[in-house]
Ligand binder design. Structure first.
Ligand code: 5GP
Length: 195
């Protein structure tokens, strides 16, 4: 998505070898105009998949997920991160190792908001090693919900997440795919028809 790539080049900051900081429009300050355009892009791609619900993880997945939900006309549920082991009542839970923070969180969704009648689109801000996506997949499997796709705002294609998820048969649509960071400059995967 050209608009997103341009914004990454303008405002993204490469930290260390493999982390991109996008606090200016996605992870801290949020640009609603860009979020709306991204939501529409996800909705167009997944329009004919019969999606009944969007699932994401707090916090940074929520903004793009809500705009995709608005465009598709379906509710958005975000998994909560919590540390308490006693809060397991009526919840689907999974553990997720955070790539950027080097911590492990339990993520949970109330059983009230996901069941076997749901066809789910998973959305997240980044795809790196696929840990967050795998946690959400685990939760959907516990609920016997169908997963019809994964929508990612920024994919770091040099990490292993896409490959592992594709091997499991998932359809992944990323709005921006980063091939590499070269001397602190973001290089995108060249794709035909990338608009
Ligand atoms: P994964 O679970 O695929 O290994 O990593 C994705 C999760 O880690 C995302 O939910 C995101 O919050 C965080 N993450 C991974 N890489 C980056 C990055 O380069 N920048 C930022 N801001 N977050 C990242």
């Amino acid at each position: 998505m050209k608009l997103l790539e341009e914004r990454i080049l303008k405002d993204g900051v490469v930290l260390g070898a493999d982390v991109l900081k996008v606090d200016n429009f996605l992870n801290h300050q949020i640009d609603p105009v860009l979020m709306e355009a991204m939501g529409n892009e996800f909705a167009a791609y997944f329009a004919d998949k019969g999606i009944t619900k969007i699932l994401t993880v707090e916090t940074s997945g929520i903004a793009p997920a809500v705009f995709a939900g608005l465009a598709l006309g379906v509710p958005v549920v975000f998994a909560r991160k919590h540390k308490s082991l006693t809060l397991t009542d009526h919840l689907y839970s999974s553990t997720v190792h955070s790539y950027t923070k080097n911590t492990t969180n339990t993520i949970s969704i109330s059983k009230n908001y996901l069941d076997e009648t749901d066809t789910v689109l998973l959305i997240d801000d980044f795809l790196a090693n696929g840990q967050a996506a795998k946690g959400l997949i685990d939760i959907c499997q516990q609920a016997s919900a169908t997963i019809s796709g994964i929508g990612i705002v920024i994919e770091k294609s040099f990490q292993r997440g896409r490959q592992e998820l594709e091997e499991q048969g998932f359809d992944i649509y990323s709005l921006a795919r980063i091939r590499a960071f070269e001397d602190g400059i973001v290089k995108f995967v060249e794709e035909k028809g990338n608009n």
